[in-house]
Design a protein around this ligand. Sequence first.
Ligand code: F6R
Length: 621
Amino acid sequence: MCSIVGCIGVKHSREVVLSGLSRLEYRGYDSAGFACYDEDRKQVLTIRAVGGVADLRLAMQERSYDAQGLIGIGHTRWSTHGAVTEYNAHPVSDCTQRVFIVQNGTLENDAVLRAELAASGHRFSSQTDSELIAHCYEAALQVITEQGKKISRGQLSQMMQNVLHRLQGTYAFILLLEDIPDTLLIARQRLPLCIGFGENVAYVASDILACAGLVERVLFLPDRTYAIVQKDNVQLFAWDGSELAVSIERIAVSWDESGMRGHPHYMLKEIYEQSDVIRTLAYYGPTDVSDLVGRNISLIDETVIRMVGCGASAHAAYLAQPFFENLVSIPSNVFIATDMRERPLFEQAGSWALVLSQSGETADVLESVRLMKERGMCILGITNVVTSALAREADDTLLMRAGVEVAVASTKSVVAHIALLYLLAHEIAYRRHKITHMVKDQAAHNLAQLADVIAQHLVLQKDALLRIAHSLALLPHMFVIGRAVGYAVAREIALKLKEIAYIFAEACPAGELKHGPLALIDADMYVIVCSSIDETAYRKLIINVQQIKSRHGKIVSLVYEGQHELQVLSDDYVIVPVPQDPLLAHVVMISMAQYMIYHTAALLGRSIDKPRNLAKSVTVE
Ligand code: F6R
């Protein structure tokens, strides 16, 4: 899930590559590096640093790295092979220091390759699997150069084929060869790679965002292809070496340079943006959803709703289950994308899966899409990124219209997923004659009112949320409990506490406490209780809370307005307002909890927008 960026034909490739990389830091940020061919010194000069692009810039200053170059490549890393150190940062190189590579991905046969290469005399200067690729090219180049002629395009293509057949795994990479400083060699298997074309300049990147605003003509490399790229020319090849037609798409991608707009972190800005996102979906969503269902009528006849995602997007699916169950009266199942390959798929060909992914680039999600497509299933992608692999590979797509989400922790995209699924459930219910036109139309108004409630109560409940954040920041661990959809809220809260506050939090269905976890309850254990709007569930939740109280556990509740009994039982609580449609009440709770956890993490001085060990877009399996 690293990001790779290359550029050829621009005088100051360094600045172009670095600014592209900083836009892609959502993919990983534990180390960074850059290399370019310096025309004066006639050699490739590399610089690498632990940390993000800002740290790399600092290293450039400190070490007086001044190389610019007409051709450059860069990388930000999310380590898979080898510790986070400068020597494991990319670009990595071969024994002769003439082959430079930046790679995103993982080789599955790295141990075999390493042994083979070592046996033929190669020596390694990093623990990365990417370096092995550089050595494979070194060996291939040696064979060509021994013939003593200038390297031809045919030889380059043959060399690509030969090396690619040695590599097993999922990867995308860019190669810069010191002997051919007007050409980038690139390849992808499973992981994304695109080329943006300008006037006598070509950019290569994991994500088109890297060259947003610079190009409008883009080639998204098909899977298992490689290319020879020059500033004004590209040749694309299939794995077997046959040349493919280059199909260029016209895409205008813009980059929001607006930054944090005065907020200390992107996460806080994005929490505040949720109301606008919901309002936008209240406006455009009904038409988007109605057109989508109109184009895919078979969606209406589904007897079960299947939703697939990872992390917070999977949680959004759990949080949306009640919409389908209450409005359409059909069951809904959530599948964690990471586990799909290990589970048998009983679904019929032609049945739909709703695949949720903010980035649309999550490797596990894309693998599950491919698996389901192999079985003849239809994929509805729900994503925030129109140019993402999910948007391209799905049979149809619903767009979140949420704007770029920069912070690693998903906030506005979670509520956008939920809002879209709320509208979709209404559309399907209406077309199945379960609800009237009036009720369906009301859905957009309910969302607009939800947006107002969230905006107001982030202000009104600020003090209570900050007070609780202060208590949570002192704790080493806690439980988070709820019943039914309250448990879905609990899971998302526990994930966020771990992710950005680095506090161990375990989500548990409230009714399950007595089946084991209750053994851990004593006067030192805090339990966050996510209340239920449903009266029966609420009554049972009260019993569960009593069980904790009688063992001296501490209770912090997110309690809906009017629920006095839970307030009295709690050591501290915050009141969550109930919006016009009580089916959306838990969305308000999620939003308030995000704000509370954000402040917990801020009090602890965590790296909120880029938590340790994580990345925004998880492009490795
Ligand atoms: C948690 C979080 C992650 C993502 C997950 C899936 O706050 O952001 O758990 O939800 O990595 O990402 P997408 O939605 O891009 O597939």
